[in-house]
Write a protein of this length. Sequence first.
Lengths: 288, 394, 283
Amino acid sequence: MKWFHRHRGLMPYVLLAPGLAWLAVFFIVPLGFLAYQSLQSGNIDFGYAFTWAWGNYGTAFTDYRSEFVRSIEYAGIATLLALALSYPVAYWIAFRGGRWKNLLLLMIVAPFFVTYLIRTLAWETILSDNGLVVRTLQHLHLVSPGGHVLATGTAVVAGITYNFLPFMALPLYVSLEQIDHRLIEAAEDLYASSWKAFLRVTVPLSLPGVVAGTLLTFIPAAGDFINAQLLGAPQNHMIGNVIQSKFLELTDYPAAAAMSFILMGAIIIAVAAYARAVGTEQLSGTAV
Amino acid sequence: MTQSQFTRQELLRRGLAGSALLTVPGLLAACGSGGSKAAVTTTGGKQQMAKTLHFSNWTLYIDVNNKTKAHPSLQEFQQKYGTHVDYVEDINDNASYFGKIQGALSRGQSIDRDIVVLTDNDRYLSLMIKKGWAEKLDKAAIPNIKNLVPVQRHPTFDPNREYSLPWQSGMTGIAYNDKLTTPVLSVTDLLENPKLKGKITCLNSMGDALTLVMLANGDDPSKVTDKSFNAAFTRIKKAVDSKQIRQFTGNDYAPSLAKGDLAAAMSWSGDIAQIGNSHIHWNVPKDGGALWTDNMIIPKGGNVYTASVYMNYVYDPAVMGLMEAGDPKKNITGIYYIPPVIGAKEAALKLNPSVANNQLIFPSAKTLSQVHLFDSNALNNQKYLTQWQNLISA
Amino acid sequence: MSTVAIPARQRTNVAGNVWAFVRHHVLALYAALFFLYLLLPIGVVVVFSFNQPVGKFNYTWHKFTFDNWRYWNGVPGIQGAIVLSLEIAALASLIATGLGTMIALALVRYGFRGRGLTNLLIFLPLSTPEIVMGASLLTLFLNLNFVFGFWTILIAHVMFCISFAVVSVKARLIGFDRHLEEAAMDLGANEWVTFRKVTLPLIAPAILAALLLCFAVSVDDFVVTYFNSGSEVTFPLFVWGAARIGAPPQVNVIGSAIFIIAVGAMLLNVFIQTRRSKGAVAV
């Protein structure tokens, strides 16, 4: 104990060291290797050599621009959908949940416990061409007769939206729950209708949750490849699919590494902008 | 989460019991090179069978008892030799499997497998042999190698069969669902019939897909030129752009065919037999189909003796007959692909006559003349490969 | 002080009340639909776990059977896969929560240089695409000549779980009332005893939440594990392989079982906490 007293200032570093060391070794260093690899050239038959091949980045960007764009598009739509779908529910639980709050939160998280793949495969069953859902959509003329939902961009976006709903709903709930109700009462005392109070008080105060949820949804969605592979056609493939094929099937590691960094770079820029706006404390205080 | 009163005892009882599992030795064990789980090969003297044979294979590629889900041929192997076969069906695509193992192999590490199975119309099989990542077979332990059918004895990638032995062969053709379409018997029909738009799939294997399309174009797939490659590639690309082709698949076309999401699919002969749906028919396309062979090889670090003994066991016509045809009386389903062993047909006849007489499993010379091999040089052409990958995954 | 304002406010209140009533129920209805949508695939999974499929593919309903549940490990490899997944998840969540709690304590309780960097470092894994994390970790392991298998999977899982743990515990620590600790220390307890007897029990719900979250994330992980598992097969990897040819109903059985156990555990937790807060002194 005396040691701690004398070295009080060291305490935070002692606490931080193991965890940060783990992250440094198993997260940062690998990224370093990846960066090194992205500047290599060569192939599987004759080996790879480090040649400062900046061209890999250029090629990656020009060759697969449409996939990059499509990934951002799909992830963006999915995020907006998730936001639109989750906000009312998060609001409802936070404001009207009462003593059932925890139970309801549990019901949002529970599907998350069934393996990601099984859930997506279940969608393959639900959306199959002769299934109830597609036939109903055909009756409603939302799908052309004889048309299919699987192997289209719609199915991919639907899959992504579904799989990331908890990531959006939980941060929304957290920030909505923390809103001091007296502020809303004050607004209503000042003659605001409850709708106006919602727009002018609740929504702005829930913004940190919105931003957190958006980031937590958009980022993994942009890099996803499973939904595209299972539910989409070749035209719907995302940058994740390309990276996967470069890594595993073409064994073109330099190209795959370069592509990964371009993807990460785009994401880091977004995160940096967010951090500048709300401060870095929000970054690690988000989610649950 | 609501506040709660937890006493120290409750906390210990509830959550922290497992922390004792954290061990430093374990982490240290993860470091260091080599350290293969497959038993070390003994050199010279009396050869000993390893306790376990680690065997990676494709899905649905071995005999299986439908009730117990066990594999009779593997059980009998264990009874006869005392070695348990750790059979893992983790290969469903040559490329991704190779991609997973090449990292370790390129660094001289073992992949904890004694036998893996790769296809000859993909570049990875010849690549493994060329790069020295395959162990030489212990031919002294495989006297049954004499039962290998003649046509398989001198393939271009392994002229003296020093590294590989065929597991099964298969044909690539077209399967269709008669409830959803009139018979689809040609590549032209598959790729260009507007009635099939969005209801067909093409294989993601370049060798298979290009063989079929080249034959439909009138070109020879065993001698690929830029011109014939481009002609076939363009034709497939057109079908992709027009959304005729719904997806490129490995053997995952089977669920969609069974579900009725697909009317037809470029597919492998054996899979269709295994779907068990009488409405789904498989044919060699009018212009010709592809013939491919899956080969067993021993990756570097595998136990050569045990693997060789297993291969010898499998090349016994009686064993191959059982694996191939299954045994309906005992509710065993067979592999239903083309076995490379002389005498297997006769053995199968005793167990399951309908299978023994099935053209897909024991094809006649006429059927065999309709299927062709793909040019293995083209399989190693990086330009072709990149173009193909861009088509199927982007 | 005007008398005009009061009737106006009353009128608004009546309309407002009706509107609030309607809106209240609309929201509840919407929430019900939302949960239906959320649980729809799960429902399909559970229902089909009782299906006896015709042929190999469990996509159309054929016959009801308990066989799949009785012979849940009848598919070779499935038992090993789920056991491995559970082992790794348990270990990884323990280690990650331990490390994460320490980091959270440091972040909330102390001032130190490099806060911003630390926050960024915690956030980065959450924001990195899984495929990048998985592939880059693969490269590291290869360069260090690690043997792929249980330990590489575990290391990877701890790595991406730490951030979840930090985030979970930190949220709790921020709202923590330091006065209790000060009171304990005033009464003669040193820091370690205070921590053990006051702090730890009070942040226990957050630690438990972190454990659960890490467990869920780990048991579910596919991409990072795929790259770093060598020839070990975890449950998600097994499902991926099996799905190619038609996942056997046993996959549904295990998926349903995990869901039911998880929900049961959470329900139990909520139930216990409700019981306790009824009779306990709120802090």
